[in-house]
Design a protein around this ligand. Structure first.
Ligand code: AMP
Ligand code: ZN
Length: 112
């Protein structure tokens, strides 16, 4: 499958890693929208939140169980925002489930 985040997960495309284990990878966004901008992905391909189901949700639970540790490893000390864009109206641009961690500064206005 021609998926850029699958290639990043496998190491075929390099990334600046923050955290990695057998199930997930956290790496810096190439086009940061905040002082600290990390993406967290499951290594298994899931298109987006709509693709999460009872069979594959364990990796998502594991990602959320590590979120604070990943934010801290990226140097975030004073709070952060987690965003996952799902589908066209949300302007999802990479069709592999990912969670943006934004922080490292006081964030601008909120949408949620
Ligand atoms: P979204 O628009 O929510 O689908 O987010 C996709 C994110 O992936 C964007 O913030 C991009 O800057 C980021 N991105 C795309 N390609 C790469 C890459 N090769 N390395 C790191 N981040 C990337
Ligand atoms: Zn993928």
């Amino acid at each position: 499958m021609d998926c850029i985040f699958c290639k990043i997960a496998s190491g075929e495309i390099p990334s600046k890693k923050v955290y990695e284990d057998g199930d997930m990878l956290a790496f810096y966004d190439i086009n940061p929208m905040a002082k600290v901008h990390v993406l967290v992905i499951p290594k298994t391909h899931i298109d987006n939140i709509d693709g999460i189901n009872a069979e594959n949700s364990a990796c998502v639970a594991k990602i959320f169980g590590k979120m604070g540790e990943i934010a801290k490893a990226a140097g975030i000390t004073n709070g952060y925002r987690v965003i996952s864009n799902c589908g066209r109206d949300a302007k999802q641009s990479v069709m592999h489930l990912h969670f943006h961690i934004l922080g490292g500064e006081e964030l601008p206005e909120r949408l949620a």
